[in-house]
Design a protein around this ligand. Structure first.
Ligand SMILES: [Cu+2]
Length: 137
């Protein structure tokens, strides 16, 4: 009986670990630079993820992120506040893709996330709806 119990505990811990792990699965993309010199990325946000969630761009080159929301009723947004790098973005996501434009002026890793939150529940960011913009030379 005791053995069974500890086995269940291990199983539960494993499931919790897997669930948390799935949340933080990294989907990395390097922005491709078009012939017009703009680096572009397409992104989808949903419950509760961004895909990709790790975006690599070049410093001092204009960036366009085309972001849309997966289908569903839950509202989402995209927030990236990095004024030190010339980036200050907050847009509500819709089914139609929206284009976010900025030119990163400083190398670094900047977090983006969804700032939506329902009442006392965890914020979408806490649920894993977040990512990193990596600006490099
Ligand atoms: Cu959200």
């Amino acid at each position: 009986m005791r053995r069974l119990t500890s086995l269940s505990v291990v199983t539960i811990l494993l499931l919790v670990f897997l669930a948390n792990n799935a949340r933080t699965e990294e989907k990395k993309v390097v922005a491709s630079i078009g012939t017009d010199g703009v680096q572009r990325v397409e992104m989808v946000g949903g419950s509760y993820f961004f895909d990709p969630n790790y975006v690599i761009v070049k410093v001092n080159v204009p960036v366009e992120i085309k972001v849309k929301k997966e289908s569903g009723m839950v509202p989402h947004d995209f927030v990236l506040k990095a004024p030190e790098a010339g980036i200050d973005v907050r847009v509500d996501l819709g089914k139609e893709p929206q284009t976010i434009r900025f030119t990163p002026t400083k190398v670094g890793e900047y977090p983006f996330y969804c700032a939506k939150k329902l009442l006392f529940f965890e914020s979408h960011r806490e649920k894993g709806m977040k990512g990193i913009l990596k600006v490099q030379e």
